[in-house]
Design a protein around this ligand. Structure first.
Ligand code: GLY
Length: 354
C-alpha cells in the first residue's frame, strides 16, 4: 500500500495507491466519512465495467449508495449534463452532509467534482480515478470544471477531495490510446521536475515494461503533483509549470475541434514544439528537444502536426490563462527545470512567429 499525504491545512487529504484497493474501497472511505448515504457519479463506460461492482463493494461496507450515470465523452462535460446530474442527485435523496464519489476518468472527475463543489453550496467528495491521466494528474489537486461552447474548463473551481483512491488494475481495461494519452502527462513530470524520473522512463524498454512498474510510476507522479499543489493550490505561481506544453496543446486540440488528438497526444506535440521554440529563442539548452522527441516516440506519442503557429495564436488569445493579453508560457531550461515567462500577445506575434 502506497500512501501519500497532500498538506493543505484543513483541506489536507491522503492518496492511497494499490492494486486491488477497489475491492476494499469502503475501508478507505470510512476514514473520512462516518455517515451512510453516498452518490456515485460516473459515465456510461465506467458504469458498464465497474458501476455495479462499486455499489456492491459500498453496500458490503454498510453504505447505502445510488448511482448517477451520464454519457461518456468530453462533449458531455457541459452545463446541460451538469443540470441533469444535479437533478438526479437531488431526486435520489442525497442531502448536504452526504458524500459524492467521482468515479471515472478526467471528464467524470471534473464534472462530478464541480457538481460536488456547488450542489447545496458544496458537499464532500472523493476521487476514484480509473484512467492513467486521472490517476497521475486530474484527480489530485482539486481542479474541477465544466466546458462551455467558448472553450474547455472555462467554468470551475478549486475544490479538494477528502481522499483519492487509486487502483492501477483499472488500467487493464483502458484503451491503449488512452494509456498513451496518460503517458504524456507522466513524461511531463520528468521533463519539468525530475531528470532521474525522465531517465528512468527513457530507460524502459517499452509500454509493457512501463506497465510492470505502474504503481511506482503513479506514486512518483502524485508525489510531484502533491509537492507543487502544496506550494500553490490556486495556480498563481509554481503550479503553472504543470501546464508545460499545454498552451500550445490546448490550442491544437481546439483547432481540430477535439477530434484529431486526445488531450495527451496534443500535449505531447505541445511539449516538443515549445522545447524547440525555447531552443530557438535561446531559453532552452540546445539538444533537449531531441531527448524529448526520443522519449515521446518511444511511447508512440506524436511530436508534430502541420498546423501553423499563426493559426494557433488566435486560439491562444482565448486561453483562460490569458490575463489581460499576457500569457504565461512555460519554457524548459533543461530537462528537469522549467521557467515561467510572461509573453504578451505582441511578443507572441513578433518573436515567437519569426
Ligand atoms: N492539471 C494541471 C493542474 O492540476 O494544475
Amino acid at each position: 500500500m502506497e500512501k501519500l499525504h497532500i498538506n493543505l491545512d484543513e483541506k489536507s487529504y491522503d492518496i492511497f495507491i494499490e492494486k486491488g484497493i477497489f475491492e476494499e474501497v469502503g475501508k478507505y472511505i470510512s476514514k473520512v466519512y462516518k455517515k451512510k448515504k453516498i452518490v456515485v457519479v460516473t459515465d456510461t463506460n465506467v458504469d458498464r465495467l465497474y458501476g455495479d461492482k462499486l455499489l456492491r463493494n459500498l453496500q458490503n461496507s454498510g453504505y447505502t449508495a445510488v448511482k448517477v450515470v451520464f454519457n461518456a465523452g468530453e462533449e458531455n462535460k457541459n452545463f446541460d449534463i451538469l443540470t441533469e446530474v444535479y437533478e438526479k442527485i437531488i431526486d435520489s435523496g442525497i442531502k448536504r452532509g452526504d458524500l459524492l464519489i467521482a468515479f471515472g476518468g478526467g471528464v467524470v472527475g471534473d464534472l462530478a467534482g464541480f457538481a460536488a463543489s456547488t450542489i447545496y453550496r458544496g458537499i464532500d467528495f472523493i476521487q476514484i480515478p480509473t484512467t492513467l491521466l486521472a490517476q497521475v494528474d486530474s484527480s489530485v489537486g482539486g481542479k474541477v470544471a465544466v466546458d462551455t461552447t467558448r472553450g474547455k474548463n472555462l467554468v470551475g473551481s478549486f475544490y479538494q477531495p477528502k481522499v483519492v483512491i487509486i487502483d492501477p488494475e483499472f488500467l487493464k481495461t483502458l484503451d491503449k490510446r488512452e494509456v498513451r494519452s496518460g503517458m504524456a502527462e507522466v513524461i511531463k513530470y520528468g521533463v519539468i521536475y525530475d531528470i532521474e524520473f525522465f531517465d528512468y522512463l527513457l530507460g524502459k524498454e517499452d509500454l509493457k515494461g512501463f506497465m510492470a512498474d505502474i504503481k511506482k510510476i503513479i506514486k512518483k507522479c502524485c508525489e510531484i503533483k502533491a509537492k507543487i499543489v502544496e506550494k500553490d493550490e490556486l495556480d498563481i505561481g509554481i503550479r503553472m509549470i504543470l501546464n508545460f506544453g499545454h498552451t500550445l496543446g490546448h490550442a491544437i486540440e481546439k483547432y481540430y475541434n477535439y477530434t484529431k488528438y486526445t488531450h495527451g497526444e496534443a500535449i505531447s506535440i505541445g511539449m516538443y514544439e515549445i522545447t524547440r521554440l525555447g531552443e530557438k529563442l535561446g531559453i532552452t539548452k540546445a539538444g533537449e528537444s531531441d531527448k524529448i522527441k526520443q522519449i515521446l516516440k518511444k511511447y508512440n506519442l506524436p511530436i508534430e502536426d502541420e498546423v501553423k503557429l499563426e493559426d494557433l495564436i488566435e486560439i491562444m488569445k482565448t486561453d483562460k490563462k490569458n490575463i489581460s493579453g499576457i500569457l504565461n508560457f512555460i519554457f524548459l531550461s533543461e530537462i528537469g527545470k522549467v521557467e515561467i515567462k510572461k509573453v504578451t500577445e505582441e511578443e507572441i506575434a513578433n518573436k515567437l512567429l519569426k
